[in-house]
Design a protein around this ligand. Sequence first.
Ligand SMILES: Nc1ncnc2c1ncn2[C@@H]1O[C@H](COP(=O)(O)OP(=O)(O)OP(=O)(O)O)[C@@H](O)[C@H]1O
Length: 480
Amino acid sequence: MVRRLPSQPPVLPGFSYVHVLGSGGFADVFLYEQNMPRRQVAVKVMLSEVVNDQVRQMFQAEANLMAQLSTHPSILTVYQASVSSDGRPYLVMELCSSSLSERYRREPIPVPEVLRIAIKIGSAVETAHRAGVLHRDIKPSNILQTAYGHPVLSDFGIASTLGGQKDENSVGLSIPWSAPEVLLDETPGSIASEVWSLAATTYSLLAGRSPFEVPGGANSSSDLMGRIARAKPQAIGRPDVPASLEALLRRGMSRRPEQRPESALEFVRELQLVETELGLPQTAAEIAMDDWALGTVADQEERTRLRPVSTGSAPPKAGRRRRRPVPSEPYAPVGTVRDRSAPDGPFSRSAPGAAGTGFRRMAWALAAAAALVTVLGTVALVVLVRAVGDGIPVVSDIQADVQSGGRVEFSWPDPGISDGDRYQITVTDDGVRSTPALQSASRFVVDTDAGHDVCVTVVVNRDGTTGAASAEKCVDVVED
Ligand SMILES: Nc1ncnc2c1ncn2[C@@H]1O[C@H](COP(=O)(O)OP(=O)(O)OP(=O)(O)O)[C@@H](O)[C@H]1O
């Protein structure tokens, strides 16, 4: 591919140009220093050749969507969008350190890290789908790493807006991660095609190459398209990749969309099961459900929804904060636990002894009020669940073992589950409730930080119907 020279960086009021960060098919990305507040930012500026009135309007709509979605911890944060004095639309974004495209071909990425990245990016994609937005260009080069090492999905919607404007080369760049029905123009994109791209991206991070690329072989666009249509990716060829993961990725890249996991969330859930199979702590699926979380900035008409999203049973509100980086030294949370579980659940939880300050007491009063509201809601829910969940065993006697590094292992005796039953585990980490995880093992590991209090509730899920919830098991992870 012939690399073009970057365009002239525009003069932007309030920003000073520093240097070029990179070039894509329809835009250049430059490092600027913002004057107030003073910080370094990445500015993506569209090439003047692709700009016309329609593109400008679409860019604005997509910038609004991206700003809304970028509250998600795994979606690149957009600070602002505007049009430069020479007429080029630009986005001011969080500065990232690198994209995965540079890394995955250079070195094998450990399986646990790939699972973590795929779950986080899958959660971002699921959140976008629930907002009616399709990304349409999920691939390793659109996964950037923040300064804190978090993977974030970039280029939301913009590539799709500009699809018709791209030149041959840039279209070619995305072929390896495009579903067969998209390449054959049967659809401009769908939830199923995004699941395909998620699977192809995850495969690439593991294999060090895209799934239909033959090392040393012919890999022209038409070769790739032919192989993608035949849907038989080569084996990943890594002994540390479990067969279950390889099978999931193959299913995700099925020729027939109905054979793939039904949604990005289902794909994420299956990846979490692989984590459990490998004895790894499950990565939380962070999915915004509330309308306020997705904002109302953009008009519904601006959304690129192609078909309604089936949300099934809506998961509860998920946390949207970024996790604090785990401090290395000398702050090591270890085995001191204050167990706040009680057989009757949240009502009988007692305040922790260490809640000494007025602020902490006030926090607990607020938490108690919130718990009351939750419990009132739960009562109604439990009545419903009981009506349909009779005969489903109930988990009790959950044990918590706090280990070094902020790891808490919860385990419970088998209450007599049948084949096909799954435990549905809900974790609340310092007040932030994650989407429930489904698994068959009676052991669950949570990675947290010192000072957090972590609560777990387990219910048995039988063919989509849940039984009664266990008592909530809570532990305070304290510093040594
Ligand atoms: N927020 C950012 N921080 C740092 N570098 C970035 C940022 N966004 C993009 N880049 C870098 O700028 C380059 C161009 O990015 P861009 O998104 O325009 O294109 P691309 O994803 O490589 O290709 P395509 O145009 O097909 O989407 C890439 O090398 C990318 O790593």
